[in-house]
Design a protein around this ligand. Structure first.
Ligand code: BGC
Length: 390
């Protein structure tokens, strides 16, 4: 064990996404999917953590812990509930969330799009719509004025996972590590096009823009290197390469996936797995950050990393080990902007409230927040910029 020191400029924060915490996002494609009569989705998002109303409390807990940055997303379906009809009230709401951050001394980091789209956009073909990139650009242009206090803006969250979900089209999301469906090429290209357009909008307002890719830390059995290369490129390499020329690249990683000659394999039966069934593998984020830097040459923002567990001590273990691995890469010259933990709150994990990733728990009836020991632990690390290594 030794004491690791992080640079003064290193950002420390936690992340959320609108549909997972706000509640009652009735205009989103996910809401429609959850509430469809024969829905394959196990649980509905419903009120979620009611953060649409309780964001001040969430942000003030983050600030009290010692964390300084809050990543949240804008809900496109609230802002543009019908094609070309923009809600001034919804835009003003997100303006108030930005203000709440500033009031609490917290720096906002905004994601324009985190998995959900308006139902009207989905009905028109979603990312397969011929004008999808232009429609996204129009949305970005309507919200860009809110973002002046954000040092970093993420256009699209995990475009690679979105493209794979579209490729799967099983009616519900395939967020499980391991056998991820083949990405839909039309959707991949539309996402890349939408990203590039949004980057132009953000940059013309003087903002730093990038997107957050989720590499899966594929590793090959001896002899399976080519299988890995073919499998991995359309699932992550393509999206990381599309970051070239951006201001930064964001990465999020949780686990790793073994590739055999037969393709991706589930976690070995003797491995510790988390509540999402993913192998407990803390170095994932450091490997992802290194891969992103090697492919793009850009500074790397860790925009998500964490663990679904009911054992908060294990969350601290995981995060300590992840940060230790990241620190080791930084010592080898990897430029890392900062670390945003997933997630500030327990939340709607795309079909279920079971996997708890939060630094803060909430009561589903009263919405009372209960910070976990991991929140105070990570906040202390952030305040001091120092941490005992594993
Ligand atoms: C997503 C989050 C999700 C988390 C854990 C990422 O795929 O951006 O929305 O909750 O990982 O699965």
């Amino acid at each position: 064990m030794s004491t690791l020191t992080f640079p003064h400029s290193f950002l420390w924060g936690a992340a959320t996404a609108a549909h997972q915490i706000e509640g009652n996002n009735v205009g989103s494609d996910w809401w429609a999917r959850e509430t469809a009569p024969e829905s394959a989705v196990a649980e509905r998002s419903g009120d979620a953590a009611d953060s649409y109303h309780r964001y001040r409390e969430d942000i003030s807990l983050l600030a009290r812990s010692g964390l300084t940055h809050y990543r949240f997303s804008l809900e496109w379906s609230r802002i543009e509930p019908a094609p070309g009809m923009f809600s001034r009230a919804a835009i003003a709401h997100y303006g108030r969330v930005v203000e709440a951050c500033l009031d609490a001394g917290v720096v906002p980091i905004v994601t324009l799009h985190h998995f959900t789209v308006p139902q009207w956009f989905a009905a028109q073909g979603g990312w397969r719509h011929a004008q999808a990139p232009e429609l996204f650009e129009r949305f970005a242009a309507r919200v860009v004025h809110l973002l002046a206090p954000c040092p970093y803006v993420i256009t699209i969250n995990e475009p690679n996972i979105l493209a794979m979900m579209a490729g799967g089209e099983k009616g519900d999301a395939e967020l499980q590590a391991g056998a991820l469906p083949s990405p839909d090429e039309v959707v991949s290209n539309a996402l890349i096009g939408a990203h590039k357009r949004a980057v132009r909008v953000l940059r013309s307002a003087g903002l730093r823009a990038g997107w957050s890719v989720a590499p899966q830390q594929f590793f090959a059995d001896p002899g399976a290197e080519e299988v890995l290369a073919d499998y991995a490129y359309p699932r992550e390499g393509l999206f990381l390469e599309s970051s070239r020329g951006d201001d930064f690249v964001a990465v999020q990683a949780y686990t790793r996936t073994r590739i055999s000659l037969e393709g991706p394999q589930p976690a070995p039966s003797d491995a510790e797995v988390t509540l999402t069934g993913w192998e407990y593998y803390p170095p994932a984020i450091a490997e992802a950050a290194r891969q992103a830097y090697d492919l793009t040459g850009l500074p790397v923002l860790v925009s998500e990393n964490g663990i679904a567990t009911a054992d908060d001590e294990r969350r601290i273990d995981y995060t300590r080990a992840a940060l230790s691995a990241l620190h080791a890469e930084m010592a080898r010259g990897l430029p890392v902007i900062g670390y945003l933990h997933w997630s500030l709150l327990d939340n709607y994990e795309w079909g279920s409230y079971g996997p708890t990733f939060g630094l803060i728990a909430f009561d589903a009836e009263t919405f009372k927040r209960t910070p976990k020991a991991s929140l105070w632990w990570l906040g202390r690390v952030a305040r001091g910029g120092v941490m005992e290594s594993v």
